[in-house]
Structures are given as structure tokens and as C-alpha cells.
Design a protein. Structure first.
Length: 374
């Protein structure tokens, strides 16, 4: 059972002002006045044909009249609000741009150039490097907030939220659809410069279906990218290549620390003499904490060698546990290696064939017979 939706009390005045911008087709109340009941008093709720003219209230079942309008009191016409501009009246379009990429290694300049070419000033473009998996994106929220503020102060202007392509907004189908509904409810227009749906987003009719379809495609693309990345990491791990930065404490450094500690020196005395060979801290000394962590790991391996060997064996088993056919490993025999029983038997059979070419082995296991010439 669907629970009837009502406007929340804190937003009652804002909703009432939005509704009273339109005349009521049922009670003929003019703009700026509350709806009138048949008894001549102020109606307790606005008539449906009136509040559905406000896009963000169109799906509500009822919008109550605020207390300051005096519901139940004798109806009096209110102060008329300024009439809305005619649809053909030229108004300025105000665009707010947003650019995003997922990682620090990706570049934003191509998106910024496209937004600038579209006539959006740099002061009205919000950009950030953040993944769409992060729910709170500061620059994205700031861009939406600015667009809502501009629309509230300039209701007759068209405020356009512009992005380069759909996946800059996100890759979750439900999230994209909710965002489009949010923009439409606040009177904002969504514009995409590239991708499968370039141009203005139409929230009605076929436009909504196409948007939902391509939003689902964007989510599928993200899942494919994730699966490909995981498969690549797994394939690299099977070859012994693990991601991440190289260890700070190398084997040579660890041996130096162990040797000098055996001579009575402390870690604090050894640390300044160690030099990192690669990475961002190349040429610097490792921290004392890194040395202690390396020593603890070394002690663990020395204390449980069987567990370490078993882990290596399990990893080797994972390397071979797949469906890819591989050639069998060839065994190289040295002259001094002993013969296996199979090899000894094969050697004897070959020698017998060379020494006794007419000899035929008996299928029953006998010594065989030499055929006679007729």
C-alpha cells in the first residue's frame, strides 16, 4: 500500500508561494491568493489542478494550505504576484559546468576545453578528480547548490547544468535517474556535450526511456571495466607480479641490519646508513618503523618455516590450477643419473632388437621363437 505523500511543514511556505504563482482552474482564485472552498472560506488544501502545475509538486496527493493563509477563515484575495514572462520572451541561459575524472593520473583539460568552447566561464566550472564510487563529491554538490541558488533568484532564466558526457555524472543507473529527476524537480536543465545522448535532456516521453537505457549501459560498462581489472590483477599474480609499490626494506638492506644487530648495534644507529634505492623516497633513509616491520616479518618467517613453505606451495598450485593446456615439463637426464624401471626395460628391449633382429617377443611373456624358412 502506497503511503500518501504530503509536503513537509518546513517547506510549506515555499510550496505555497510556488503554487500561488498560478491561478486555480477550479475555484478561479487568482495568482497570489490561496484556494477558495465552496463555503467561501480559505480551503484547507490547494486544488489538484493548481499545485500540479509546479513540477516538483506534481506527484504529491495533496498540498496543505499554510497556517498564515488562514485556512477555514473567510477568503480574501491576496497580493498578486508578478506575472510570469511569456514563453516567447527571450531570456538568458545560465550554464553551470562540471568536469570529473576518476584518478589523479587522468587529465581534465579536454573536458574543461569543451566546456569553455561551449561558452561556460572558468568561474562557473567545477572540477575534481574523484571516483563515482565515492558518494559525496564536494565539487559536484557545490555545482548543484549554485545552480539551485541561481534558479531561485532568477526563476525566469533557464539554468543549465552542463557536463561533457553522461558518465561524468556517474555510472550507477539508479543514481543517474534520481539525479535527472532532482534537476527536473528544481527546474534545472541537464545538458551533455558528447556521448550517446548529446544535447538537452528531455525528462518526458522517449527522452526519459533513452536516458534510463544509456544509464544502465554506463553501469554495465563500469562492471566490465572492474571485471577486466580484476582478471588482469589475477593473471599478474599467477605470474608472481604483485601490484603496489616495491618494499622499502630490500633483502640486501635486511641482511645489513641483521649483521650489524648481531654485532651489537641498535636499529637507531643503523637507520641513517641505509639508503632507499627506488621510488619517491629514493636517496633517503627508511624510517625506523619500516625497519622494525621488516625485522618482525623476518622473525615470523624464521619461526614458522613450514607455514611459509606451504603458502608458496599453495600459490604454485593456484598457478597450475586452470584449464589452459600446457606442455609437460621435459626431464633432462644426466649420464650419472640412475635409470628408472621403465627406462631400464625400454633399454633392454632396444638392445635385444639390435642383437637379435629376427627375434620376436612372445605375447604371452615367453622368450619367443625364430620363424623357420620353408
Amino acid at each position: 500500500m502506497t503511503v500518501p505523500q504530503e509536503a513537509s511543514p518546513p517547506d510549506a511556505d515555499r510550496d505555497a508561494n510556488a503554487v500561488e504563482r498560478h491561478p486555480c482552474p477550479r475555484c478561479t482564485a487568482g495568482p497570489g491568493s490561496p484556494c477558495r472552498a465552496r463555503s467561501g472560506a480559505v480551503a484547507g488544501t490547494y486544488h489538484t489542478g493548481r499545485f500540479t502545475k509546479v513540477p516538483r509538486l506534481a506527484k504529491l496527493l495533496r498540498v496543505p494550505t499554510p497556517a498564515d493563509r488562514g485556512p477555514g477563515q473567510p477568503w480574501r484575495p491576496g497580493t498578486p504576484v508578478p506575472l510570469a514572462l511569456a514563453p516567447d520572451t527571450p531570456t538568458a541561459d545560465i550554464r553551470i559546468g562540471y568536469a570529473r575524472c576518476s584518478t589523479l593520473t587522468q587529465e581534465l583539460q579536454s573536458q574543461l576545453d569543451a566546456l569553455a568552447k561551449h561558452g561556460i566561464g572558468r568561474d562557473k566550472v567545477f572540477s575534481e578528480k574523484i571516483s563515482t564510487r565515492v558518494r559525496v563529491r564536494p565539487q559536484f554538490e557545490a555545482a548543484l547548490a549554485l545552480a539551485r541558488q541561481i534558479k531561485a533568484h532568477a526563476p525566469h532564466s533557464r539554468v543549465i547544468f552542463t557536463v561533457y558526457e553522461m558518465k561524468r555524472l556517474g555510472r550507477d543507473a539508479a543514481e543517474l535517474t534520481a539525479l535527472a529527476d532532482h534537476l527536473t524537480a528544481h527546474g534545472l536543465v541537464l545538458e551533455m556535450l558528447a556521448g550517446p545522448l548529446p544535447g538537452m535532456y528531455d525528462p518526458s516521453g522517449p527522452g526519459r526511456l533513452l536516458f534510463a537505457f544509456f544509464a544502465a549501459m554506463a553501469e554495465t560498462e563500469r562492471e566490465n571495466i572492474r571485471e577486466s581489472a580484476l582478471e588482469g590483477l589475477d593473471a599478474a599474480a599467477r605470474k608472481g607480479k604483485h601490484g603496489g609499490r616495491p618494499p622499502v626494506i630490500t633483502e640486501d638492506m635486511l641482511h645489513t641490519v641483521l649483521r650489524r644487530r648481531a654485532n651489537g648495534e641498535s636499529v637507531e644507529q643503523i637507520q641513517p646508513d641505509l639508503i632507499i634505492a627506488t621510488g619517491k623516497r629514493k636517496g633517503q633513509a627508511p624510517s625506523v618503523a619500516s625497519i622494525y616491520r621488516a625485522l618482525a616479518e623476518h622473525e615470523k618467517q624464521e619461526a614458522y618455516p613450514e607455514a611459509v613453505a606451504q603458502a608458496h606451495a599453495d600459490f604454485a598450485g593456484l598457478h597450475d590450477a586452470d584449464d589452459i593446456p600446457r606442455p609437460r615439463r621435459a626431464r633432462i637426464r644426466r649420464p650419472d643419473d640412475p635409470l628408472t624401471p621403465e627406462e631400464a626395460e625400454l633399454r633392454q628391449r632396444l638392445q635385444d632388437q639390435v642383437l637379435h633382429p629376427d627375434h620376436r617377443p612372445d605375447p604371452g611373456g615367453g622368450s619367443g621363437t625364430t620363424p623357420q624358412t620353408l
